[in-house]
Ligand binder design. Structure first.
Ligand code: DQA
Length: 143
């Protein structure tokens, strides 16, 4: 199974960025964690990060016919981007949404996700483990 992992804006700042919320491990550590989780699940993965909404839309469109599953942490675009939700709907690749923090316990503007209705499942508040859960959900149907 070929998985595309997409990380949205500011996730490249992990480690530096609000460590009380996101932890002190950096983005390279997250990529390593994701690669290991994909290996263990018997999947291959490409990891993509962008701070730009249109670039993320382009990446999702280009995934059509090339990937069997998408794991996406749209970061701030979760709460604003109809375009990313529409792109996921258009390609209809099984998608799992991940958030490192529990957005439901944070500011009210983070409570709404445009991506959730087009995702099979959402994991939040599990730190890096949310990505592993998302990968295992797509590869093995685990909850
Ligand atoms: C986030 C939560 C979002 O509200 C925030 O804008 C992010 C990261 C998370 O992983 O917890 O950038 O998606």
């Amino acid at each position: 199974m070929k998985l595309l992992i997409i990380n949205g804006p500011n996730l490249n700042m992990l480690g530096l960025r609000e460590p009380k919320i996101y932890g002190d491990r950096n983005y390279a550590a997250l990529c390593e964690f994701i690669k290991n989780a994909a290996d263990e699940a018997g999947a291959t993965c490409e990891i993509y990060q962008s701070n730009h909404e249109g670039a993320i839309v382009d990446k999702i469109q280009a995934a059509y016919g090339n990937f069997d599953g998408i794991v996406i942490n749209p970061a701030a675009y979760t709460h604003t981007s109809v375009a990313i939700a529409d792109a996921l709907c258009a390609v209809a690749i099984p998608t799992v949404e991940v958030h490192i923090s529990n957005v439901m316990e944070r500011e009210p503007f983070r409570h709404h996700s445009y991506v959730a209705p087009v995702a099979k499942k959402t994991y939040m508040g599990l730190g890096f483990d949310g990505y592993k859960k998302a990968i295992r959900h797509l590869t093995h149907g685990e909850e």
